[in-house]
Design a binder for this molecule. Structure first.
Ligand code: DAH
Length: 339
């Protein structure tokens, strides 16, 4: 009788419970070590055998009834039940990251040029004035230096190599590579970070360039043009052609600006390109003074070089339409997940 009361009271309490937490507490109170039911269980030992069996059964029934009432209510309240597991339910897939679009572009550029026998190298991001300007035929105070909005490092000057600067272009790798290889042939691809004081939709303070340098006996402009056409075809698409226009750089003679067929209009001319061509960067035949700075004899060897922005060529890839390259460095997953 006493147990029947206990059970009815317990079931009423469970029915009124309003949250999984309350149910948890009830479970402790009704079935735990200090519960009335458990105390009753302890008295069993002292009872004569028939009474023991009888009471034992009642205690068990009460316990089972309370347990299933607890489970039922838990399900009604939307809490977790320990009794049910769907082993066929699909697992949760953790989100997977991927390489940043610029890293992807760098890998692709590297692979393309490796097919032509270029070796990828890396040279310092913080370099001496000598490698960035002076050895590239730009003596101190030369007005051509104004083109590069240079960020200088506030550190003591090197007696021979001058001041430290953040590399403004990957051309700093040219003379460093000549020093490393010493005797041509040289087929260098230098990809690295560059820095300039600039910020607008098509420029960021930090950006990436890739620089090609080929030096050997008998290298001439057709070798450069062939390399440019190869890059255009492979990187932008089979119908893309290159065009070189006369220009001026201190470290090349002759110098060119390099255009590719506009990928947005396939060269017909559009709002974006106007002429059907889009400029990607500079190139030219390595200036004799630059070869001399790298201790290579310009009477024996000649070479070509080019240097372009990774962000710039990525932006021009068909279908990408990146209006504002600052987005690439915005750390916005919504933007980056598209690549
Ligand atoms: N360094 C130049 C720049 O950043 C680009 C360039 C022009 C690189 C001509 C070259 C070259 O190798 O031959 O604007």
């Amino acid at each position: 009788m006493q147990l029947l009361n206990l059970k009815n009271q317990a079931l009423a309490l469970i029915d009124q419970a309003g949250s999984p937490e309350e149910l948890k507490q009830l479970q402790i109170d009704l079935l735990g070590r200090k519960s009335e039911l458990n105390q009753t269980l302890k008295t069993l030992a002292k009872l004569p055998p028939e009474e023991k069996i009888n009471l034992g059964r009642q205690v068990n029934e009460t316990k089972n009834a309370i347990e299933s009432a607890l489970n039922e209510r838990r399900q009604q309240l939307g809490g977790r039940t320990d009794q049910w597991l769907d082993v066929t339910a699909p697992g949760k897939q953790p989100p997977l990251g991927h390489l940043h679009p610029i890293s992807q572009a760098i890998e692709e550029i590297q692979r393309l040029f490796e097919h032509l026998g270029f070796t990828r190298v890396r040279y310092p991001e913080v370099d001496w004035d000598w490698y960035v300007f002076e050895a590239l035929n730009m003596p101190a105070d030369h007005p051509a230096r104004d083109e590069w909005e240079t960020i200088f490092i506030d550190a003591p000057k090197h007696p021979k190599l001058g001041q430290m600067v953040l590399t403004t272009h990957t051309s700093n790798g040219q003379v460093r590579e000549m020093e490393r290889v010493k005797t041509p042939p040289i087929r260098m691809l230098n990809i690295g970070k560059c820095y300039r004081r600039q910020q607008d939709p098509t420029h960021t303070v930090m950006f990436h360039q890739f620089e090609g340098l080929v030096i050997d006996k008998g290298i001439s402009i057709p070798h450069l043009k062939g390399t440019l056409d190869y890059f255009g075809r492979e990187f932008f698409g089979p119908k893309i052609k290159s065009r070189i226009r006369p220009f001026h750089f201190q470290f090349t003679e002759p110098s060119f600006e390099v255009d590719f067929t506009c990928t947005a209009c396939s060269g017909r001319g559009c709002r974006f390109c106007k002429s059907g061509w889009v400029e990607v960067g500079g190139a030219g035949m390595v200036h004799p003074n630059v070869l001399k700075a790298g201790k290579i004899d310009p009477r024996v060897f000649s070479g070509f070089a080019f240097g372009w922005g990774v962000e710039r060529v990525l932006r021009l890839k068909p279908g990408l339409n990146i209006d504002d390259i600052r987005m690439l460095y915005s750390s916005q997953p919504e933007f980056l997940n598209q690549f």
